[in-house]
Design a protein around this ligand. Sequence first.
Ligand SMILES: [Zn+2]
Length: 426
Amino acid sequence: MLRLRKGKEKKEKAEESGSGTSHSDDNEEISENLLGSRHWLLLIALVVGIVWTAIYCNHRLPEALGPTADNDRFSETRALAILKRVSVLGPRPSGSKTLEEDVTKMIIDELNAINAAAAKSQHRLEIVTHRPSGCFDIPPFDVDGMTICYKNVSNIIARLGAKSRNWQQSQTSVLINCHYDSQPMSPGATDDFISCSVMLEMLRVLTDKQRSPVPVDVIFLFNGAEETGLQGAHGFITTHPWRHGVRAFFNLEGAGAGGRELLFQAGPGNQWLLNSYLEAAERPFCSVFGQEVFQSGFVPSDTDFRVLRDYGFIPGLDIAYIQNGYVYHTEFDQFRMIPPGSVQRAGDNILATLTHLLHSPYLETAGVTDERRFVFFDVLGFFTIVYSLEIGQAVNYLVTILILVKIIFNTRKRMLTEIFVQISEK
Ligand SMILES: [Zn+2]
């Protein structure tokens, strides 16, 4: 403001002295209107501040609860015990002895221990193994698409409900899925046994004696064939008798080494599902950007979310660890790479969302109840912005029109000034 006035004063002085307005005066005025050093310093400080806040928020993780935390609280330390034991076994691709025998036994033993601890509670836990076979087409998200056939892949399924009802009486359920196989060269700590560890600890918390039974059954699917083409999830959702009552699902994935878990796909439609997350999660972190990238087919990768959605016709939430993505599918996807607090954060968020979701009236309605699509993203983890796709399109059109109007206005103004100067010179 000060510099503008100075320019103006000079212009007035020039007019008073009778020299009129010249090109050099104009240039002087324009140069004096540019940002000064103090403005640049402020601008740099602002940008550095925003970047620093973003980095700080991205690495901010909660304190991990210890092994003696209350039984009705999610504890990272308890969850990490099995993750540590599994990840030191090395790679466990589908079909390997490590997966089919060692890790399968470890998960079943853990489930049996949880079931034994819950024996005198009001909870019912049914544990079954499942060896599905089948064929299906994968759309061309990778090369030209393909048809996958599989036989006897391994699934371990635990169904949690109330003792007062069996699953035939109340078929409605929510599915939560992880995969416990890994890439042939990777110990797969974050991709994806970290999610299986979160699910086991969640199950332990939900079966605590002090807790009321879940109002709707929860199916915990530990699938043993994801990396080879999503077969485990496909086998469950197309062949297992428990598939019929599933109304919504969580898919838990890993594509990095811990950090903040990101909700990157939601739906299709069914805003109530995303709302459950936004209302219940203690520390939401979500972005529709990942959904757009994934669903565009640009990334040659996919998750079980696709088969659960497309073959089960059910809406879901896709949540994955993405920090330190350079370890994804490599030998460095190890337990030691996971920052403390990562499991605590995911466990608190997902357990709260699941608990909230189980009371949703929308679970009574099968399939997609709302076709609308939404744009959602959080701002540095402080708050989340959600609006419908229609509003997003309207805002985009409005901004485009305003920019065009501004360009036209400025161009016309410049042209008129030049004409005025030419007339004055004559
Ligand atoms: Zn994975």
